[in-house]
Design a protein around this ligand. Sequence first.
Ligand code: FAD
Ligand code: FES
Ligand code: MG
Length: 275
Amino acid sequence: MKIIHKETLADIQNTKITRVDITCPHVVRKVEPGQFIVVMVSEEGERIPLTVVDKDIGKGTITLIFQEVGLTTKLLGKLKIGDSLYALAGPLGHPTEIKKYGNVILVGGGVGIAEIYPVAKALNEAGNHIDTVLGARTKSLLILEDGLKEVSNRVFVATDDGSYGQKGFTTDILKKLLIERRYDLIYAVGPIPMMKSVSLVSKQSGITTAVSLNSLMVDATGMCGCCRVTVGGKTKFACVDGPEFDAHLVDWEELERRNNIYIEKEKHICNLHKL
Ligand code: FAD
Ligand code: FES
Ligand code: MG
């Protein structure tokens, strides 16, 4: 679990996104697109889930891409090449169902772009036509555009400030695409408000829409119940039943509420560590 490559992908406006490649042969052998791992940076630290963005079977490494949002991701960002993680468990969660759907739209927002990359790669190999829509606050926060161009038929970009691509949101582009042709699947990962908006837009077109949910996780093996979400009126555990669900059935308000439960305590602990 040693870091053998580290690269800053974006670092502006208090937003830092980093890529690390970690030796982890036991995960490399089994991991599939859509799955995640749980890491502990140090012995006293908490466990956090991160998606496996890529793997190199020859080198026995997995790629993680993370945004520094709080204590654990900031501590992870401080590790250097040659440092090791305290613990890593995985692969976890159900893999994405990869098959030939036909025409697919992938929507990625912020660091969620990293999470759609392995799915784009696999759906491209399965022979799908892929239109990818990427959203970022500003141009310098846009990640993996080149990598996604290689595995998509078309890539569209929306930035909040209009510094690159179309000014506006991913859903503005999504609405135009849905008028243009018939799609068979939409797959979206990003901030909750983005996934919720994609879901609202796609529901009107009746197109199956999958989202990967970023609910709070602790053990990530179905034991603690921390990651519970309501989908189609039923309680599901995102770690073992997901993390992908039918966007049209998710109780978005509950997810938003639960994800903010510890926000004040999280800020406090960051201040205590002077991070
Ligand atoms: P904190 O200050 O503790 O929290 C900041 C916010 O992050 C919280 O308000 C909450 O919304 C979320 N969060 C906090 N703790 C957890 C937790 N234990 N589990 C889930 N969310 C939490 N982020 C990435 O940057 N890259 C990824 O590839 C990625 N993949 C994910 C895959 C899954 C299946 C899930 C559930 C989450 C993923 N995340 C990913 C989100 C990442 O886990 C959180 O950003 C991280 O846990 C924040 O921890 P923190 O201590 O730095 O921040
Ligand atoms: Fe504990 Fe899912 S994280 S049940
Ligand atoms: Mg934390």
